[in-house]
Design a protein around this ligand. Structure first.
Ligand SMILES: *Cc1c(COP(=O)(O)O)cnc(C)c1O
Length: 403
């Protein structure tokens, strides 16, 4: 596929004026609906990335867009200096959906993680009795929790981490999926274990069965908080509300973001135990836009969509279909397939092509997805996608691999 003059001009403008902190595929999108996007030249593509799972309910989901429009016509922002008529309802409804006691609203995923870290430390000092400034949080290798200075302090990805020091201390890294290593890393100063139930950016890595119940037990025995970062894995992507639900494990705190704003507004949250989030008193944490009325109105509509279980069911059934199709390509240019629900990490056979090359060939065939690291494609279509559309993408992938 050759890029048109128009596409080339848009891309050149991005590169001239935008900081180069991303390496996008050369496609310039101007419209979208459901699982489909359209570029400036009128070409249509199936979206197999979903804004890193921010678009779980599809592009411009009618009910979410309506909720946003209605709220825009009434009230957009109060700040938390005053009450508004959306915030409390959102918190109540999100707590009911997630079976949790309290909600702390922020804007981005990284802010939710930052907030969970701050709350866990404060809880460690004020409730657990850890000596001042000694609190430790156990994290995993290959983690991804966002891009703030504190969060990249415990990233082992050189691209995310290097040259951003001096770094925030207080984090201990253990191999992902190794419950014994988690247990061994717990000491008297341990405040929390913070991990992704399934590692998204690392390539959709699913830990071994039993890992989470072992970690839960180690936390319980040592009065350590379990914080599940469900920003990418949560909200129906894997076929259940939380990815941890597959393991029958509850976290003390969950961080949520991405799909919580329906691909319309940035909103994130920490949800969980009220005796933990309750350590925050007025003035001790906040955000001007955190839980603003437009985000809360859209978030309430998202909670409503999730409350029927319909999207969870779609992710489960269609996910089985997607995974069966991908497994059929193992040995035909694909060396491994991982994941759960409508979420797959697809390792491209190193003798065949790079992830970028396959992404480009898929683009030429009307499917958009993106490599994560050199050799892995991440597939995460909106949960509104139809079975036939998945088949279309699988056929495009088979063709791209055979090219
Ligand atoms: C995307 C992501 C984040 C960061 O969210 P932002 O909204 O980009 O700040 C944190 N944790 C996980 C697991 C993520 O996938």
């Amino acid at each position: 596929m050759t890029d048109t003059q128009q596409t080339a001009e848009y891309i050149a403008r991005d590169e001239r004026w935008g900081a180069h902190n991303y390496h996008p595929l050369p496609v310039v999108i101007s419209e979208a609906e459901g699982a489909w996007v359209t570029d400036v030249d009128g070409r249509r593509y199936l979206d197999f990335l979903s804004g890193y799972s921010a678009l779980n309910f599809g592009h411009r989901n009618r009910r979410l867009v309506d909720a946003a429009h209605q709220q825009l016509d009434r009230l957009t922002l109060t700040s938390r200096a005053f009450h508004n008529d959306q915030f409390g309802l959102f918190c109540e409804e999100l707590a009911a959906l997630t079976g949790t006691e309290m909600v702390l609203t922020m804007n981005t995923g990284a802010e939710a993680v930052e907030s969970a870290i701050k709350v866990a430390r404060k809880w460690a000092y004020e409730v657990k009795g850890v000596e001042t400034d000694r609190a430790e949080i156990i994290v995993a290798t290959n983690n991804f929790h966002g891009r703030t200075t504190t969060i990249v302090s415990f990233s082992d990805d050189p691209a995310a981490h290097d040259n951003y020091g001096p770094f925030t201390p207080g984090f201990v890294t253990v191999p992902y999926g190794d419950a014994e290593a988690v247990r061994a890393a717990i000491g008297p100063n341990t405040a929390a274990v913070l991990m992704e139930p399934i590692q998204g950016e690392a390539g959709v890595i699913v830990p071994p069965a039993g890992f989470w119940s072992d970690v839960r037990r180690a936390c319980d025995e040592n009065n350590v908080l379990l914080i599940a970062d469900e920003i990418q894995s949560g909200l129906a992507r894997t076929g259940t509300l939380f990815a941890l639900d597959h393991e029958g494990v509850r976290a003390d705190l969950y961080t949520l973001g991405k799909a919580l704003g329906g691909g319309i507004v940035p909103i994130s949250a920490v949800v969980g135990r009220s005796d933990v989030l309750g350590v925050l008193k007025p003035g001790q944490h906040g955000s001007t836009f955190g839980g603003y009325p437009v985000a809360c109105a859209v978030g309430r509509a998202v909670v409503d969509l999730l409350s029927t279980g319909e999207f969870q069911q779609r992710a489960k059934e269609l996910g089985e279909h997607l995974h069966a199709g991908l497994r059929a390509l193992e040995g035909k240019g694909i060396s491994a397939v991982r994941g759960r629900g409508l979420w797959a990490g697809v390792d491209i056979d190193p003798r065949a092509k790079t992830g970028r090359e396959v992404s480009m060939l898929l683009r030429d065939r009307g499917v958009l997805c993106k490599e994560t690291h050199e050799r892995t494609l991440r597939m995460a279509p909106p949960l509104v996608i139809e079975r036939e559309e998945i088949d279309q993408a699988l056929a495009a992938l088979a063709e791209a691999l055979g090219e």
